[in-house]
Design a protein around this ligand. Structure first.
Ligand code: 3AL
Length: 173
């Protein structure tokens, strides 16, 4: 599917297809639908990023709170979204040793207690070692730095999800 086909989608289809490009936040594609026509995929992504950037800090934290923990409860119970399941498995989150799993769980809890939202990182751009290293290092940041950092990661995840949706032929029109 190319951007011309995207621009022709009625909003119901648009939200069905792109509803999870930002994890569990279908309101974002639902809102940017009214910004069509997009001149390019890049412009589509820019519209999403502008919507996110215009949110108050509480809204940005809300987006972060819609993300499941890495190697957390949802992964164990099989209740991750399809996208998140693939991303987490790709980074080896479903195959941690027991000591790695314990470290991840401890650091995730420490992070959430400090900031009030979960640690978010683009799993497709990192491996297990890098994720653990980042989680440990980012626990030391200030709240405002970490909120911005988490949102930058959300944008990377969104970028890859959009490109996957447009390239994998699932939504040929
Ligand atoms: N917490 C967190 O980073 N979650 C995620 N990251 C990612 O790439 N997919 C996710 O579900």
């Amino acid at each position: 599917m190319d951007i011309a086909a995207v621009n022709l989608l009625p909003y119901e289809d648009f939200v069905n297809i792109f509803g999870n490009v930002v994890e569990k936040c279908p309101i974002i594609p639902a809102a940017v639908w009214s910004r069509r026509p997009f001149v390019s995929v890049k412009a589509f992504e820019a519209a999403i990023n502008e919507f996110v950037d215009a949110l108050p800090e509480s809204g940005k934290e809300g987006i972060l709170r819609c993300h499941p923990d890495l190697a957390g409860r949802d992964l164990k119970s099989g209740t991750l979204t399809r996208e998140s399941q693939e991303e987490q498995a790709g980074a080896g989150m479903d195959a941690l040793s027991s000591s790695e799993a314990a470290r991840m769980a401890r650091l995730n809890e420490e992070y959430k207690k400090r900031f009030g939202f979960p640690f978010v990182i683009c799993a497709r751009m990192n491996d297990k070692a890098a994720i653990l290293q980042q989680l440990s290092a980012r626990c030391q940041n200030e709240l405002a730095v970490e909120r911005a950092r988490g949102i930058e990661e959300v944008k990377k995840i969104c970028h890859l999800r959009i490109h996957l949706l447009l390239s994998d032929g699932t939504f040929k029109l």
